[in-house]
Design a protein. Structure first.
Length: 403
């Protein structure tokens, strides 16, 4: 029912295939984020035309609304969404972190994941607040951001929620830590995550006729000994694959270190998923280290503000609201074959955003996701043909011209 095999390698970068009950995922692959059972503004037909292989949804959000029981009663998440391809459910650990330490420290979803990122004025960006979460040995207590109702997640309870949702691949409950947590707290949280992982695995394997795969999550912050200890511990358990989560440090350079420490300790014959990373420059860095799957809200979130992905531009993006695009008759990207680029100009996209037309968001999202899917197809082919390093140089070299 599930199988993973590596089809080609270039150094540590690898191209493979992960077979699931709802189809095969060609890796490395970008995973579209459909937190609440939808990739914002797009239909499943849009996603199929774009070429998206797999979607990740979120057990935390779907538990709060509309509820796992309702989804189970309507035939499970695939039928509920109308998506018949592979599905992943995240456990909600990062969302709980966002309501807890993320709010206290001003990092995560409401501020930069990497605290060293600065605003345009050169100041560190941070918004702090009061935690809405209480973590203890048994699990996590939190209040709904929708109506303030109390909820409790345990490792066993999250497995039950994800069983009812029915995604192909599920993640266990973990405790994410902040880049601002000290060593002592990061170790305590990592050890608690390990104990939760064992409880979740026991609950998972008590079930009969499993049709899901379960991933363990490596924690340990940006501390080398903790990351390596966590990777070794999680790798020794009966998981079907592994995710790398939590704090990845205070900068992109620290993230690269975390991956280097971690990946060498994970089994080479099982898939690896990096949680929450997906900008174009990051794609090459994580793939060349041996990551198979990664997800990120950045491409769709940027699309909603008029930030569009292009190959030859600073940070691979343009802001379509800039005046220079007012009468630009070119498509967003000359080589792109997405629906938006085949039918519309930059000038039209800019007009839609200025006029605040809803269509603007859909067309921009189609382009950004297609752009990433096209890049991933190039990367997979390049790895199999032993030219991944050359492709990386082509993409990451300073642009010959700016859009």
């Amino acid at each position: 029912m599930f199988s993973f095999k590596v089809l080609g390698k270039e150094d540590r970068a690898r191209a493979g295939e992960w077979v699931t009950p709802h189809g095969a995922i060609q890796t490395p692959s970008f995973v579209a984020v459909g937190t609440q059972g939808t990739v914002k503004s797009l239909s499943v037909e849009d996603l199929r035309e774009i070429g998206n292989q797999v979607i990740i949804t979120n057990a935390y959000h779907l538990h709060l609304q509309p509820g796992e029981d309702l989804i189970a009663d309507t035939g499970g998440l695939h039928r509920f969404m109308g998506w018949q391809g592979p599905l992943i459910t995240d456990s909600g650990g990062f969302q709980i972190f966002s309501l807890g330490a993320g709010k206290e420290h001003g990092v995560g979803k409401i501020a930069p994941i990497f605290p060293e990122e600065k605003d345009r004025g050169g100041h560190l960006r941070s918004r702090t607040g009061k935690s809405l979460v209480k973590v203890d040995e048994d699990g996590v207590e939190f209040v709904s951001y929708l109506n303030g109702s109390p909820h409790r997640f345990t490792p066993e309870g999250v497995i039950e929620i994800e069983k009812k949702l029915g995604a192909d691949i599920i993640l266990v409950l973990d405790e994410c830590t902040s880049p601002l947590h000290d060593y002592h707290y990061t170790r305590a949280a990592m050890e608690r995550t390990h104990r939760w992982a064992l409880r979740a695995l026991e609950a998972f394997h008590r079930r009969q006729n499993n049709t899901q795969a379960v991933l363990g999550i490596v924690q340990g912050g940006a501390y080398q000994d903790l990351r390596q200890e966590s990777a070794s511990f999680i790798a020794d358990q009966a998981f079907d694959g592994f995710a790398i989560g939590g704090s990845l440090g205070s900068s992109k350079e620290e993230m690269h270190q975390v991956l280097d420490w971690t990946l060498s300790l994970l089994p080479p014959d099982q898939p690896r998923h990096l949680l929450g990373i997906g900008e174009v420059g990051d794609v090459f860095e994580v793939v060349k280290r041996g990551i198979d799957l990664f997800d990120c809200v950045a491409p769709t979130r940027m699309a909603r503000t008029g930030t569009l992905l292009v190959k030859y531009a600073e940070r691979f993006r343009i802001n379509i609201l800039n005046k220079q695009f007012k009468d630009d008759a070119r498509p967003i990207e000359q080589w792109c074959r997405c629906y938006t680029c085949r039918h519309h100009s930059r000038a039209y996209l800019r007009h839609l955003f200025v006029a605040k037309e809803v269509l603007a968001i859909r067309l921009a999202t189609i382009h950004n996701l297609y752009f990433l899917e096209s890049l991933m197809a190039q990367i997979r082919a390049a790895i199999r043909e032993k030219r991944f390093a050359a492709l990386e140089r082509e993409w990451l070299a300073p642009p010959l011209h700016l859009h």
